[in-house]
Design a protein around this ligand. Structure first.
Ligand code: GLY
Ligand code: MN
Ligand code: MN
Length: 466
């Protein structure tokens, strides 16, 4: 794979950084300083005399005595970089000071022999740059002290266990008011603050996302090279996983979709249990996770390496619409504008192929392509694959927000023509196509993080003919 990055402005410095070998396995991660910067940004949004609580994730049982791979709570991770379960991060802002306190599992020889190493409290301060660290057992006592004299409390209201715990702490502090304690009177949802912070990525976050895209592009390329009729979809899933882990992306960011033929018309097809058939397309939606950050890439290609005429016609249409949409991305543009472009191109293309009929202007006005393009055009991307951040500029959801430098989003037009749709001419049935790229909004335009992933008909056919 050639290493180059499509840019519309002068971000070429990054492309040469790649050529200098920055894409070695597993090197991309955020530093203690990055996480401290995230905390400082959150502190800057807190009122004086306030406190914020963020809870780590807890292990989730898969079945008796076995757990799913641990996935840290992304808000907690964004503010701490700490990857153990059950911890609690406290941001305490008094009038002239701000303090970060971590509560975590204690060092415990027996537990660690069975379940793995723990950082413990001594090391946590230096490794994670927090001011103090205590064991979880010490939590209630310290928090009762912190809450005395605080006026407002921040936590994410969608975290139910944390919400319950915070209200229990508040009740406990209120119960001691006669002894002179001053209990907080206001609770504030931390989500809008942290979501906005997470929406705008720093240069270092973008570099991690560049690398996880690079790795994920290699995985898609490997899938194209390994695909042949008769294999099971899950065998291709395994090739993808192999390439992710080979380059340091230990986990997939979401359940990989390997959907042969008509399975591509099931949007979240993750069974990956069927065999691949000659003359059918294969849709793969797969992205690795690196240092917590996701890639979300889709490619669609022929199982036997050669597009049929109807597959080619629909594929080129989706590809052209993706290119036109991406070309329009820059600060100030909205998803509404991009949807207009996608609708214009897809509806006109479907009309030209005879799939939509009637008056073209009316079809465009009615967004007729939505009959076959049945999902959204894209979404924010970051620590979560469907990342946090408001899509609208105000509470009444009337207007989509403008793009700004540092936002990362997917662009993923698709066309879905199910096998059982008898309204369609037979040649189109059983074709499902999506092509999905990851885009950074730059100062004057965009950077396509997915530009190295083969997508033109010529490139795909050439690669698969090897
Ligand atoms: N992989 C999920 C999505 O494309 O949104
Ligand atoms: Mn997506
Ligand atoms: Mn996807």
């Amino acid at each position: 794979m050639t290493i180059s990055n499509q840019t519309k402005d002068n971000s070429n410095q990054q492309a040469s950084a790649h050529a200098n070998g920055k894409h070695l396995p597993g090197i991309a991660s955020l530093s203690t300083q990055d996480f401290k910067a995230h905390r400082d940004s959150f502190f800057a949004n807190m009122a004086d005399n306030s406190i914020a609580f963020f809870a780590a994730a807890t292990e989730v049982t898969r079945s008796n005595d076995t757990e799913f791979s641990f996935c840290q709570n992304k808000n907690f991770y964004y503010l701490s970089g700490f990857n153990e379960p059950d911890a609690l991060l406290v941001l305490l802002k008094r009038e002239h000071s701000q303090q970060t306190i971590l509560f975590s599992l204690p060092k415990d020889k027996n537990q660690e022999v069975w379940h793995g190493r723990r950082v413990g409290q001594e090391q946590a301060c230096s490794v994670y740059g927090v001011d103090q660290c205590f064991t979880l057992d010490e939590k209630d006592q310290h928090i009762a002290e912190y809450l005395n004299g605080i006026t407002q409390v921040y936590f994410t209201f969608d975290d139910q266990p944390l919400t319950q715990t915070v209200f229990a702490w508040l009740a406990k502090v209120r119960a001691t008011i006669r002894q002179g304690t001053k209990a907080p009177s206001k609770v504030v949802d931390a989500s809008p603050i942290i979501n906005e912070l997470r929406l705008i990525k720093s240069d270092n976050e973008i570099e991690v996302m560049r690398q996880v895209n690079y790795i994920s592009c290699l995985a898609h390329q490997r899938a194209m090279e390994k695909t042949q009729a008769g294999l099971y979809e899950y065998q291709i899933e395994n090739e993808i996983r192999h390439e992710f882990t080979r380059h340091g992306a230990r986990y997939a960011a979401y359940a990989t979709i390997v959907a042969g033929g008509d399975n591509a018309n099931i949007l979240h097809y993750t069974d990956n249990s069927e065999t691949l058939n000659d003359n059918e397309l294969l849709l793969i939606d797969a992205g690795g996770e690196l240092a917590g950050y996701a890639a979300d890439i889709t490619r669609t290609f022929p199982v036997n390496g050669k597009f049929t005429a109807p597959q080619k016609a629909l594929y080129q249409l989706v590809l052209d619409s993706k290119s036109s949409v991406i070309e329009a991305i820059k600060p100030g543009v909205t998803f509404a504008k991009l949807n207009e472009i996608a609708n214009q191109e897809l509806t006109t293309g479907l009309y030209n192929l005879g799939i939509l009929s009637g008056d073209l202007a009316t079809l465009i006005a009615e967004k007729a392509c939505k009959k076959y393009f049945i999902h959204g055009l894209g979404h924010w991307l970051g620590l979560d694959v469907h990342d946090v951040g408001d899509y609208h500029i105000n509470q009444d959801k009337a207007q989509l927000r403008e793009f700004a430098q540092g936002m990362v989003l997917t662009i993923e037009p698709g066309l879905y023509m199910p096998l059982d749709d008898t309204e369609l001419d037979a040649q189109w049935r059983g074709i499902g196509i999506r092509i999905e790229d990851n885009i950074v909004v730059t100062e004057q335009g965009y950077e396509n993080l997915t530009a190295d992933c083969p997508e033109t008909i010529n490139d795909i056919e050439a690669l698969m003919a090897r």
